[in-house]
Design a protein around this ligand. Structure first.
Ligand code: PXG
Length: 300
């Protein structure tokens, strides 16, 4: 099936499909009032939903921490995502899967909320940091906002609370940069606002451990797997800002961004300021990997 000419995308809400302009939830939903909920961003490549089961697993892990009981099991959730992609007919798309606490009163108490709202949005989407960045590289700054720490509202949980990242993103925009690198509460490199980070030093790929309070990215895991296949040594360890600035190469990874090289930290070039050889090798393999139907769930 292909999308009908001019037809609005269909949005799934609690089992029903609505045209985008009619897809609405209550202003009393605690997802809106308090950011109380969880989500996933997922891509569809050539009709195959990339790493769908991994995303659904992460969604349920996030929900578990919030004691948010999703009103269906994981396999049903996989099938509802497949159904929504199929109904839209998009073979290349971005999916936003959201589960909110649901409608409650104006108090924080989640026990006042009824059923969680399950929402699935499917849209066309270009790589989030823009096209052309893969050749040129992006400019980042070190943000003055620290990544929320592990003993707090940590980004290990993919919740609807993104203010920590949004403050850093605003700082990057105000500085004329594309994105911000956030440090953890100790001052070690954690991640970008909506993507994980890697550096290359002397042929070794290095990425911060999840103990810095980062989201354990699915693209990050894929890059680690690809590096293993290519025989590139990988270390998960703390990275200082100085190591980051003096790295041979650096890049970010995420479902939205995919793989994007970092050219500059402020005015300081990473390496010679251009995408490096290890980044190029990994990107080439990633571009094969992402369209391999074995790496996802077919929607058609
Ligand atoms: N860290 C954070 C904080 C994220 O939000 C990633 C890493 C990468 O994870 P995956 O599993 O996608 O490789 C994310 C990704 C955006 C955007 O605008 C990104 C995310 C969510 C919403 C928007 O780039 N999540």
């Amino acid at each position: 099936m292909s999308p009908q000419e001019g037809r609005e995308p269909l949005v799934y809400i609690n089992g029903e499909l609505y045209p985008k302009s009619e897809a609405k939830v209550s202003v009393f939903d605690h997802g809106l009032l308090y950011g109380d909920g969880v989500f996933e961003g997922i891509r569809v490549y050539n009709g195959v939903i990339f790493k769908l089961r991994e995303h659904v697993d992460r969604l349920y892990r996030s929900a578990k921490v919030l004691r948010l009981s999703i009103p269906m099991d994981r396999e049903q959730m996989v099938q509802e995502v497949v159904r929504t992609v199929r109904a839209n007919g998009f073979r290349d798309a971005y999916i936003r899967l959201i589960v909110t606490r649901g409608v409650g009163d104006l108090g924080l108490d989640p026990r006042k909320c009824g059923r969680p709202n399950v929402i699935i949005i499917v849209e066309h989407l270009e790589p989030i940091l823009g096209s052309g960045v893969r050749e040129k590289g992006i400019t980042v700054i070190f943000s003055s906002t620290r990544r929320d720490p592990v003993q707090s509202t940590s980004h290990e949980v993919k919740s609807l609370n993104y203010l920590n990242s949004i403050l850093a993103k605003i700082e990057a925009i105000e500085a004329g940069a594309d994105d911000a690198i956030m440090l953890d509460s100790r001052g070690f490199v954690a991640e970008a606002t909506g993507a994980n980070v890697f550096i290359v030093r002397n042929g070794t790929l290095i990425t911060p451990p999840v103990t810095t309070g980062i989201l354990p990215g699915i693209t990050r895991a894929v890059v680690i797997e690809i590096a293993g296949k290519l025989g590139i040594p990988v270390q998960e360890r703390d990275i200082t800002p100085v190591e980051f600035m003096t790295a041979d190469e650096a890049f970010v990874t995420g479902t939205g961004a995919e793989l994007v090289p970092i050219g500059y930290v402020g005015k300081v070039p990473i390496g010679d300021g251009r995408p490096g050889p290890i980044f190029r090798r990994i990107l080439e393999e990633f571009n094969r990997y992402k369209v391999d139907p074995r790496n996802g769930v077919p929607a058609f």
